[in-house]
Design a protein around this ligand. Structure first.
Ligand code: GDP
Ligand code: MG
Length: 310
């Protein structure tokens, strides 16, 4: 990539802030053009503060995908909210995502007030605009105009899922960054090690295939990654051993399913996703382990990477 004019180059960190499920991780993937963050219809899917990197000829944006801001019910939840709030303190720009297809709620007002107290520039995206019917568009814009009254934050409408409006939004973000050099190599799209992404892709399959109390009780550790040399004319395969942690025996039963069918479905889905990630053939073996109450145990949270400093 040729950088046109070094003095005009812009770079910086952008925090994506918004309620759980508003589409922050979907937007990150859309803007990056690759799947770097897992998404699901289950609230509180994102646990790590992931940095995704978008490099163009005129700017480099480092998108900080945060766990949504919400009222925490356990220690994990508390750490997730802490992590989102901390992100606001460390960036050059905030992208506030709001759910265009729903009326603003108390959660949104809470976040808007939090941001009003900062001096940072803020951009607003009314996401899920694909779900707003033409008759509803005016009403929705009016409601959000009231919520944002007194601010000078530019408002975009977009669909992170389908991509409409995302290129404009990205451009608008880029030109609000301070002038500065590239911070990461141009080909780098995420700051998370491959192992973390692998674990996340497995967790995403669990979220997609299980219901109710299982999803939030799940964590994944990658125990071993090994390359298996090709036999004969075959290609190199990567063997991955991973453990899915749950909190109760009943959840282990659900995850394994009748005759192991559920675990097989989860494993197959994850294997395909990981193959795309590493661009190679994968052999995946999953174990399920019960660790009672891991979400409330500080030491377990630290081991799993949900430390206080993230
Ligand atoms: P996050 O919790 O804010 O990171 O939200 P996710 O990115 O995980 O998305 C939550 C759910 O909303 C997923 O099922 C996404 O497919 C869906 N979603 C995200 N953006 C859009 C959008 O623009 N339109 C529609 N229809 N759905 C979306
Ligand atoms: Mg997310």
């Amino acid at each position: 990539m040729t950088i046109v004019n070094r003095e005009d180059y812009r770079s910086g960190f952008i925090a994506l802030i918004g309620r759980p499920n508003v589409g922050k991780s979907t937007l990150v993937n859309q803007v990056v053009g690759e799947k770097v963050a897992i998404t699901s219809p289950v609230a509180q899917t994102t646990r790590n503060r992931l940095r995704a990197i978008v490099t163009t000829a005129s700017a480099q944006m480092v998108l900080v995908d945060t766990p949504g801001i919400h009222k925490p019910h356990h220690l994990l939840g508390e750490r997730l909210v802490q992590s989102a709030r901390a992100a606001i303190g460390e960036v050059d720009l905030v992208l506030l995502l709001l759910e265009g297809c729903e009326r603003p709620g108390r959660g949104d007002a809470f976040i808007v007030n939090l941001l009003r107290q900062q001096k940072l520039p803020v951009l607003v995206a009314l996401n899920k605009w694909d779900k707003v019917s033409e008759e509803q568009q005016h009403v929705a814009q009016q409601a959000y105009a009231e919520l944002l009254e007194g601010t000078d934050w530019p408002v975009h409408r977009c669909s992170a899922l389908e991509g409409h409006g995302c290129a404009d939004l990205a451009q608008s973000m880029a030109c609000r960054l301070p002038q500065g050099p590239q911070l990461y190599p141009a080909e780098m799209v995420s700051d998370q090690p491959e192992r973390v992404l692998m674990g996340e892709l497995i967790r995403e399959q669990v979220l997609l295939h299980t219901r109710e109390e299982v999803p939030h009780s799940v964590a994944v550790t990658i125990d071993r990654v090994e390359e298996i040399p090709p036999q004969g004319k075959g290609q190199v395969r990567t063997a991955i051993l991973a453990t899915v942690l749950v909190e109760r025996k009943s959840q282990k039963g659900i995850l394994i399913g009748k005759g192991g069918t559920m675990l097989k479905t989860i494993g197959q889905g994850a294997r395909l996703q990981i193959q795309t990630l590493i661009d190679g053939s994968v052999y995946l073996e999953l174990f399920v382990k019960v660790v009672p109450d891991w979400r409330s145990k500080p030491q377990r949270l630290n081991e799993l990477g949900y430390g206080q400093d993230r």
